[in-house]
Design a protein around this ligand. Structure first.
Ligand SMILES: [Zn+2]
Length: 406
């Protein structure tokens, strides 16, 4: 049984702690047996039966739970760096989309690649994320928008999951945008999602959740009700992309539909906040997207004051958030969303696990839980997120196995 010693601070983020608390333990040790945590606490209290076990030296690092990215679009065909340059010049995102860029361009590029090619790209992106300390990733489809291409993307995620390089939770986002070929008959596209795509996704067990992008130019509340209702009848949980560009009442809709999370929420008003808190829907902030779009970020203090815990995720996608750097998103959650470093860490661990229904498995360090943890070379969580460096994770463990070491 390996025992990790010389941990300056162990930050378990346990599920039983009061809201906002991380349960920090100074001068700690952590023991695990195969893929499960066997013991953790102050090193001075390490039971004597563990004394002669394999010793792993943490080198004075802090140890946090494996990071959980609860919102990514990991599988996509090709980048859009030229659009980035156009946006830098001041061209609006919606004008780029109208000119054939934006999500539909990624859809075309994703349709053009076969499953193996997409798998290789997604695998290499995922390998990079694990070097940053990310051990669990929620992955959305939504760049296929045909039955064949949506299943192709979800099969890529199933292969990544089988690989075991990280824990993967898949979400079907067939209702990302109405594809160009359905522009004048959007009801037919909603029919396709409900009558063909969702039953196929459910029968192959390719996704745990269904997500809908509710926004002007995407899907309406009524369409979301129908799609997520169909998904629920097939055993899929609900997620929503809402209130990103305006308050469309998305938070109230998420509460009404008992969604596990609602994501973006930049424009959600007090009413929507209260309804989501009451219903226990996890709010997910995506500050990298706010940064790249130069849009007003979600005010996390409003949510926290209303009784919520806020999840922090990347929204990794080739348009509005072209990086899967979760520690960067955590720093931005502090500077842009006004979260404390501890709240940002919780938002990318325990709260993030809750946002994807994995709170019993991931996002905290507790005896009996999976041994997913990260060694971070920093004196404290405050220092880590304040003095930003490209990568402070010196080792990442998934199920007790070291998948990254520096
Ligand atoms: Zn997204």
């Amino acid at each position: 049984m390996p025992v990790l010693h010389n941990i300056s601070e162990l930050i378990p983020c346990s599920t039983g702690l009061p809201r906002g608390e991380t349960g920090r333990i100074l001068d700690a040790a952590l023991a695990w047996q195969s893929d499960r945590i066997a013991w953790l606490g102050p090193a001075s209290e390490l039971p004597s039966d563990f004394a002669n076990e394999d010793v792993v030296d943490a080198g004075g690092c802090i140890v946090v739970p494996g990071l959980v990215d609860a919102h990514t679009h990991l599988c996509f065909g090709g980048w859009r760096a030229d659009e980035f340059e156009m946006r830098c010049r001041g061209v609006h995102y919606l004008d780029i989309a109208r000119a054939g860029g934006g999500i539909m361009r990624t859809v075309e590029q994703t349709r053009a690649l076969d499953e193996d090619a997409l798998f290789e790209q997604a695998r290499s992106r995922l390998a990079y994320l694990t070097t940053l300390g990310v051990t669990t990733v929620e992955c959305k489809s939504g760049y296929g928008l045909t039955l064949h291409d949506e299943l192709k993307i979800l099969r890529v995620y199933a292969r990544l999951k089988a690989l075991g390089a990280a824990r993967i939770v898949s979400t079907f986002l067939g209702a990302h945008v109405v594809p160009r070929e359905f522009r004048d008959r959007r009801e037919d596209y909603v029919d396709l999602v409900c009558l063909e795509m969702l039953p196929a996704v459910a029968s192959e067990e390719l996704a745990s959740y269904c997500d809908v992008f509710v926004e002007e130019g995407a899907f309406t509340e009524d369409e979301a009700r129908r799609i997520l209702g169909t998904a629920a009848s097939l055993g899929l949980g609900s997620k929503l992309h809402v209130d990103q560009l305006s308050d469309v009442g998305g938070a109230a809709l998420a509460a009404e539909l008992n969604a596990v999370s609602a994501d973006h929420l930049e424009y959600t008003g007090r009413d929507g906040i209260a309804k989501m808190v009451e219903a226990g829907v996890v709010p997910v902030t995506l500050p990298v997207a706010s940064l790249y779009l130069r849009q007003p970020p979600l005010d996390a203090r409003q949510w926290i004051d209303a009784g919520a815990e806020v999840c922090v995720a990347t929204d990794f996608n080739p348009g509005t958030a072209p990086t899967g750097h979760l520690p960067l998103a955590m720093t931005l959650a502090c500077t842009m969303n006004r979260m404390t470093p501890d709240e940002a860490l919780l938002g990318a661990t325990r709260v993030a696990a809750q946002a994807i229904g994995l709170e019993e498995e991931a996002g905290s360090l507790e005896v009996g839980r999976r041994a997913d943890f990260v060694l971070v070379d920093t004196p404290s969580v405050n220092h880590w997120l304040y003095n930003f460096e490209p990568n402070r994770a010196t080792a990442t463990f998934i199920g007790g196995a070291r998948v990254h070491a520096r």
